[in-house]
Design a binder for this molecule. Structure first.
Ligand code: UDP
Length: 307
């Protein structure tokens, strides 16, 4: 099959591209490298076609069997620095990629997010939860961008018969996730801080929770949804076990044998209090996350020690 992966040089996109290449497919990667990295696709560079472009300007006459839309900046730090980019890549970028898929009668796979649920009142959160989201808060370019991406997908399905699957990712972690201040995602940030014996910065009192899924489980989930899922459905890919952020800090300190202190800082605006995925729909397809948090974090620590 010929597969277009927009955002294919990003954290999740690059692992998915590797998987499609390994399975023998013809992979085209579209990326503008604002947060994706050439290094992420170095090992498959000679087996893929690279299209260096922005999804909001993307046009093509190529025919594809699957169009995967993973093209968006995906961290709070980036949403705050580039809110317009984030909103438009999910709105205009979605429209462009949907129209490519529609022209080819390809399957359109949209990377939605647990962020569409906002600060959910139902935990673990099922796919039919309608959300509790601020339309004007600092997270809204991403939250509402993903909500619009979902809505546009369903609009094209209803009006034009777009073949689609919407996947809602919960917090995924693993090697290649960009750390430090550029990206700022919690697992990588804490591991970097702990390895360098710098203070581990817990926002708020650290009682907020997230459910973390290791990247290999997430990619297996995407392949399961594409190959065994039903078109037109929405699937949560995540974990139903919750971890408090302060406990994550302590776990990472222990696993890195760090002397870092845990330092509490102000909680960012609209930071969701709890997050866990109801994954009953994915379980029915035979998928289940397998890698325990300790093992996944140890893999990250090992990969950093080799850098
Ligand atoms: N967080 C934290 N310290 C950091 C970075 C993040 O305590 O240095 C917290 C953040 O406030 C949130 C959780 O970790 O409650 C997950 O943050 P991340 O940005 O990784 O993902 P998201 O909030 O989008 O789920």
């Amino acid at each position: 099959m010929k597969v277009l992966i927009a955002g294919g040089a990003g954290f999740l996109g690059s692992y998915l591209a590797e998987r499609f290449v390994a399975d023998g497919h013809n992979v085209h990667i579209l990326d503008n490298f604002v947060s994706g990295l050439k290094g992420n696709i170095e090992n498959i560079r000679d087996r893929i076609t690279l299209l260096e472009d922005d999804v909001t300007a993307f046009r093509t006459d190529e025919r594809y069997d699957i169009v995967v839309n993973f093209a968006s900046r995906a961290s709070r730090v980036e949403w705050e620095k580039h809110p317009v980019d984030v909103a438009l890549s999910n709105a205009v970028g979605s429209k462009n990629l949907i129209e490519v898929a529609l022209r080819c009668n390809a399957l359109y796979v949209y990377a939605s997010s647990s962020e569409v649920y906002g600060d959910p009142k139902v935990i673990p959160t099922p796919e039919d939860y309608v959300g509790c989201v601020s339309t004007t808060g600092s997270r809204s370019p991403y939250d509402e961008g993903k909500r619009f991406g979902d809505a546009l997908t369903k609009a094209y399905e209803r009006q034009y018969g777009l073949r689609n699957i919407i996947i809602r990712f919960f917090n995924t972690y693993g090697p290649r996730m960009r750390g430090g201040d550029f990206y700022g995602r919690v697992v990588d940030r804490f591991v970097n801080q702990a390895i360098n014996n710098e203070p581990i910065t817990v926002y708020g009192d650290g009682s907020q929770t997230r459910s973390f899924t290791y990247v290999s489980d997430t990619i297996e989930g995407v392949m399961t949804a594409i190959t065994r899922g039903k078109e037109g459905e929405v699937y949560n890919i995540g974990n139903d076990s919750e971890t408090r952020i302060v406990d994550l800090a302590k776990l990472i300190k222990k696993l890195t044998k760090s002397s870092s202190e845990v330092r509490f800082k102000d909680l960012p605006e609209n930071d969701p209090k709890r997050r866990a995925a109801d994954i009953a729909k994915m379980r029915k397809l035979g998928w289940e996350p397998e890698i325990p948090l300790e093992e996944g974090i140890t893999n990250i620590i090992t990969s950093k020690s080799k850098e």
